[in-house]
Design a protein around this ligand. Structure first.
Ligand code: GLA
Length: 407
């Protein structure tokens, strides 16, 4: 769906992936994989505390075409970057991670963006570390998920790789197992201590559905998202190169509180437990646990609001989540606050909140679908007036989860 002033949605098809493979390798691929990105309606920074999330897939996706090869080598080509790369796929260890991972600034943040092929290598490593020694393969990758805005482009790349190698190797891995492998690839190889939400929703998503996922046992239920309400994704255009360090720091802070409370994860905390330590721990630490505790409750209420089509309640919970992320979890920034304020001031907007991991990227708004076009125009204008920056707005439509097709 295109909206005035919004970015044109590129529509990549399975044929594009097949053609790109043929053009680069001069052969037919054996498998084509499509993995969608995702937006999360509610439950931000709860997944790594084994809490609840409420995500849905989007129409933008990563496409890959694969073929097994005889040598123990992965030969890769990115059609988007027009770049190729190859590496050995025999058992390799974390010591083989390239040097740029060691180049950190004083906050422990990487200096350069991590190249696309590293997510594929990370996934091969995660599989091989679990004893699934991959054979060689050739693959092309292309996609239209914008990077670094909070739409799970890296999870989509990892999931695509794991799904195709699962098919080629006949490993019979379940969706939760594949999601955990993708998380491990990201945590251990890439170095971002992310939770399991992104790979999980990329794998289980369904058209028109929002999922309530319990990140403790990975059980889930789904709800219909009626087409009378739309989810707007508002990209602030702001990227913060230190967001990975802040993210990992939050995870450490959560672990610190768990140690004080004597629990395994923040999911296990109660209001009483937290109140009991309020005066004994720094307020900056208390506020992080406070966010997780109440965000989990908000997700439960939101699931019930979805069930009974109470979209005004869902919208309020979404806005409350933003204020909690802004003031308690402290992961918002000026531009995210500004775009959410502008969105909320629009009468048909039910709620808005930041939606990336932290310090930049995108925000979401829940809006009556009939007003979507006008909403987008007004928000782009209002945001520009407040910040002098140009945003882009697109509308999410939940599509089928990751799928590997044998040709
Ligand atoms: C990133 C991570 C997820 C999740 C969100 C915040 O997207 O990859 O695991 O923690 O941030 O909710």
């Amino acid at each position: 769906m295109n909206t005035p002033g919004t970015r044109e949605v590129q529509k990549i098809t399975r044929d594009d992936a097949i053609k790109a493979f043929r053009a680069h390798f001069g052969k037919e691929p054996e498998i084509v994989v499509r993995t969608p990105g995702r937006v999360n309606l509610l439950g931000e920074h709860t997944d790594y505390s084994k809490g609840f999330v409420l995500p849905m897939t989007i129409s933008r996706a990563v496409w890959m075409a694969f073929r097994a090869c005889d040598q123990n080598v992965a030969r890769l080509y990115s059609a988007d970057y027009d770049e190729d790369c190859s590496f050995g796929v025999e058992r390799f260890s974390k010591q083989d991670r390239p040097d740029y991972f060691a180049e950190k600034d004083e906050d422990g943040e990487k200096r350069q963006p991590i190249p696309w092929f590293e997510y594929i290598r990370a996934s091969v490593w995660a599989l091989s570390d679990q004893g699934k020694n991959c054979k060689g393969f050739e693959a092309v990758v292309l996609g239209d998920i914008p990077q670094g805005v909070g739409l799970a482009s890296s999870a989509a790349l990892e999931v695509s790789t794991i799904l195709a190698l699962n098919e080629l190797g006949g490993y019979n891995l379940s969706k939760p197992d594949m999601a955990k492998l993708a998380q491990r690839a990201e945590n251990e190889w890439i170095g971002l201590k992310s939770g399991v939400m992104n790979p999980m929703i990329c794998l289980i998503g369904e058209p028109g559905k929002v999922f309530l996922v319990d990140c403790g046992d990975l059980k889930y239920t789904s709800f219909d998202m009626p087409n009378t309400v739309a989810v707007a994704f508002m990209d602030t255009g702001v990227r913060h190169y230190r967001n990975g360090a802040t993210y990992n720091k939050r995870r450490e802070q959560c672990a610190e509180i768990c140690e004080i409370l004597g629990v395994e994860n923040l999911r296990m905390t109660t209001q009483e437990m937290l109140e009991g330590v309020r005066d004994k721990i720094p307020s900056s630490l208390f506020s992080k646990a406070y966010h997780v505790l109440y965000e989990n409750m908000r997700v439960q209420s939101a699931a019930s609001a979805l069930q009974y089509s109470e979209f005004d309640i869902l919208g309020k919970l979404i806005s409350e989540s933003h204020f909690s992320l802004q003031y308690s979890y402290e992961v918002s920034c000026f531009e995210l606050d500004a775009i959410c304020d502008v969105a909320r001031s629009y009468p048909a907007c039910l709620g808005a909140r930041m939606a990336g991991s932290c310090l930049g990227g995108g925000a979401i708004a829940l809006i009556y679908a009939a007003k979507a076009q006008d909403f987008a125009e007004k928000v782009l204008e209002g945001y520009y007036k407040q910040t002098g920056k140009k945003a882009t707005i697109t509308f999410g439509q939940a599509t089928e989860g990751a799928k590997a097709e044998r040709l």
